[in-house]
Design a protein around this ligand. Structure first.
Ligand code: ZN
Length: 298
């Protein structure tokens, strides 16, 4: 079992349910490189363990995940150079340069890992609370089922804050519907847990304070199925979605995402991969609060 620094891994119910808990509560579980690499190891461990039937992915603290880590001290140090540089910085395209580096590194650590978790050979349940923004959505969407409590809100703000066409794993049209996906990406507005339930993205909305226990109770019902049955149900639905074009559509959108990064790198003379204040973005400190998308409000 790997020695995890950024998450907690445990099993309950005689090993039938694995609990993976993102554990950077002070950073609202922002996804640093180290966290994502460990998350891959934790999902691999749950998959390899034949006792495990259901995996719960959850976050410690007030938010499941507020997105990619855009600048915590640990994250900056991981990107190097320096003694705390993460070993993945110099593999998987990291030494190549230009868009090749960006493309390959994002493919490995943002895109393909998310696809891999979506196809994990176990049933996965994402358990959501608080603001879940941008890359937080990717982690949640990789899971088979999503449950939330009444504090959960969901938004992808990379369009309005960073000049980007959504996160790397563009499942938005599949999760929100085509028009709602455009609306939420173009405005950066959020939806709450009830609206997510109405859209079919979230299966349950539990009262505040009940999320941890109710998620486990829900997982126990699913863990009671024969493992072959639950996996075949997952596979039948995922293969249906893939035949509807899910896999190819996400690959195409990821390529557009990299083109978007290349644009901002060009206009910033190589200084930034996203829109920044120098190229017209509203700074993070000046940005208005994220609004709730509401019928009747422009
Ligand atoms: Zn990106």
């Amino acid at each position: 079992m790997p020695d995890y620094r950024w998450l907690l891994y445990e099993t309950i119910d005689d090993g039938r349910i694995a609990l993976i808990t993102l554990n950077r509560p002070r950073q609202r579980n922002a996804q640093s490189r180290g966290l994502l690499v460990e998350l891959g190891q934790a999902f691999d461990a749950a998959e390899a363990d034949d006792a495990v039937r259901v995996v719960i992915l959850r976050g410690n603290g007030t938010s499941f995940s507020a997105g990619h880590d855009m600048g915590s001290k640990e994250s900056v140090e991981e990107d190097g150079p320096g003694p705390n540089e993460h070993p993945t910085v110099s593999i998987n395209g990291g030494t190549r340069g230009g868009i090749e580096t960006r493309w390959l590194q994002e493919w490995h650590y943002y895109f393909n890992n998310t696809q891999r978790w979506r196809d994990l050979r176990k049933i996965t349940i994402a358990s959501e609370q608080g603001p879940v923004y941008s890359a937080g959505l990717m982690l949640m969407w990789a899971c088979d089922l999503i449950v939330a409590d009444t504090t959960a809100t969901f938004a992808d703000v990379v369009g309005t804050r960073l000049g980007m066409c959504g996160v790397e794993y563009l499942a938005h049209p599949w999760e929100f519907g085509v028009r709602k996906a455009k609306e939420l990406l173009l405005t950066g507005d959020s939806i709450d847990a009830d609206e997510a339930y109405r859209l079919g993205m979230v299966s349950k909305v539990f009262p505040e304070g009940h999320l941890v226990d109710d998620t486990v109770e829900f997982a126990r019902r699913i863990a009671a199925l024969p493992s072959v049955t639950s996996l075949m149900i997952k596979e039948a639905v995922n293969q249906t979605q893939d035949n509807q074009g899910f896999h190819n559509a996400l690959n195409a959108a990821f390529t557009i995402h990299e083109l978007n990064h290349a644009h901002w790198a060009m206009v910033s003379d190589g200084k930034a991969w996203v829109q920044t204040e120098e190229t017209g973005a509203v700074g993070w400190k000046d940005a208005p609060p994220i609004r709730a998308a509401q019928k009747g409000t422009p």
